[in-house]
Design a protein around this ligand. Structure first.
Ligand code: ADP
Ligand code: ASP
Ligand code: MG
Length: 434
């Protein structure tokens, strides 16, 4: 029997009846080429945002359980409509909610983690010759038996997890851009589509703002070795493959530049420079469920220092309230909250072996009159916090200074560029580029 392919379609790809019919056509064409297809579908267009807004009109603080019941309705609408459109094309298709598809999660409403997938019904549908259409973004808690959601953008994770559970050949992520680009193509006009990106690079890109893939979906793909193909649902060209790094892989020093305007900076001022203060601050934040990203502690002057950290803007007020309380307890000079920051990052596996990238980044930002407020690094990423208003300037200046628009830019020598063949001659090219 032919292999299984998982195809995920994001919100824009199913935003109207016409788009749903186009998606059905795309799935049907894959089936007609001899594949078995499990489709994972997001809610239509802005449905999830509209449902969140609707909830806010009836309650200032909606119960998280009911919020998940509400939001999962979005994917339920689009999965059923997709099956109807497939039926109209003469294809047998069956839709499944997350729980029907066996997506088992922990009980945390709004940010549940997938613990296991038991896709018996999906597999039976596929074995019976039908197309399985699964609602993305949702599951059921093994513990509470409640319906859960996986966090914004969670359909990517649903798709990858389904691909792993079904032993799919690969997982295609159909979206509104043609693949993963060297920068957000909506911000940098000359951004270039990448042929191949390693899991490690994609993890850094996703965690630093490239929302084209949800971070957790990339973690899941890496842990389960699921090859991903990010591509457009609007045009038929090959997209970007995401897979494990190997010696044949494209070796750009910089894979891409990301920016993230979803964080805020909190500064605890005039902290007594004593052991245990950071442990208390970040311990209390962790206990309150606040996720901290970057942390900077200044050099102390006269026994006092400042500690700054970034958190998601959704959690900024909560973090600030907590910090105000801690400031009182430890005798600090109060706090600042800045919700107008942006994090700009350079990501690339080649950084490991190429010194001078950070210096060049700081130089480019300085030449563009962009002030750096915080810096953090990983072996393959350098991030700078700047003012939000400077984000577009910074990303464009870096993109051009590192010559990312050029295919041959800043590349390790002697390493060819290779694209993976999806197995569909009509859809993908396997040509090697020297
Ligand atoms: P979907 O609804 O299909 O899940 P998303 O809106 O979540 O789509 O993700 C696609 C968007 O990600 C694109 O429209 C693009 O603006 C944005 N994006 C940010 N960074 C990148 C990048 N480096 N490459 C491609 N797209 C990016
Ligand atoms: N509909 C959900 C959201 O808007 C999940 C997704 O689209 O991936 O976040
Ligand atoms: Mg998305």
């Amino acid at each position: 029997m032919s292999g299984i392919i998982v195809q995920k379609f994001g919100g824009t790809s199913v935003q109207s009846p016409e788009r749903i019919k186009a998606v059905a056509g795309r799935i049907a064409a894959t089936v007609e080429r001899g594949h078995r297809v499990c489709a994972v579908i997001s809610a239509m267009g802005q449905t999830t945002d509209e449902l969140i807004e609707l909830a806010s009109q009836v309650s200032p603080d909606p119960p998280v359980r009911e919020m998940d019941m509400l939001l999962t309705a979005g994917e339920r609408i689009s999965m059923a409509l997709t099956c109807m459109a497939l039926d109209a094309l003469g294809h047998s298709a069956v839709s499944f909610t997350g729980s029907q598809a066996g997506v088992l999660t922990d009980p945390r409403h709004g940010k549940a983690m997938i613990l296991d997938i038991q896709p018996d019904r999906v597999r039976a549908a596929l074995d019976g010759g039908a197309i399985a259409v699964v609602a993305g973004f949702q599951g059921m808690s093994t513990d509470t038996k409640e319906i859960t959601t996986l966090g914004r953008g969670g359909s990517d994770t649903s798709a990858v997890a389904m691909a792993a559970a079904l032993g799919a050949e690969y997982c295609e992520i159909f979206t509104d851009v043609e693949g993963v680009f060297t920068a957000d193509p909506r911000v940098v006009e000359s951004a270039r589509k990448l042929h191949v990106v390693s899991y490690d690079e994609m993890l850094e890109m996703a965690s630093s703002g490239a929302k084209v893939l949800m971070l957790r979906s990339v973690e899941y793909a890496r842990n389960h070795n699921v090859a991903l193909h990010v591509r457009s649902s609007f045009v038929d060209s090959p997209g970007t493959w995401i897979r494990g790094e190997d010696e044949r892989m494209e070796r750009a020093i910089i894979a891409g530049i990301t920016h993230d305007v979803t964080e805020a900076k909190v500064t605890l001022k005039g902290v007594p420079d004593q052991p245990g203060i950071a442990a208390k601050l970040f311990g209390d934040l962790a206990e309150a469920g606040v996720n901290v990203d970057m942390i900077v502690q200044n050099v102390s002057a006269e026994g006092h220092t400042d500690i700054s950290f970034t958190v998601n803007r959704d959690e900024a007020k909560k973090a600030a309230t907590l910090v105000a309380k801690i400031a009182g307890e430890i005798g600090a000079n109060g706090y600042d909250l800045d919700e107008t920051i942006a994090k700009v990052s350079l990501v690339g596996a080649g950084m490991r072996s190429h010194p001078g990238i950070a210096a060049k980044m700081f130089d480019v930002l300085a030449s563009s009159s962009v002030n750096i407020e915080m810096i953090s690094t990983s072996p393959i990423r350098i991030s700078c916090v700047v003012h939000e208003k400077d984000a577009t300037t910074a990303v464009n200046a870096l993109h051009s200074a590192f010559e990312l628009e050029a295919e041959s830019a800043l590349r390790d020598s002697h390493v060819g560029v290779e694209r993976i063949d999806s197995g569909d001659e009509a859809e993908s090219s396997s040509a090697g580029v020297a």
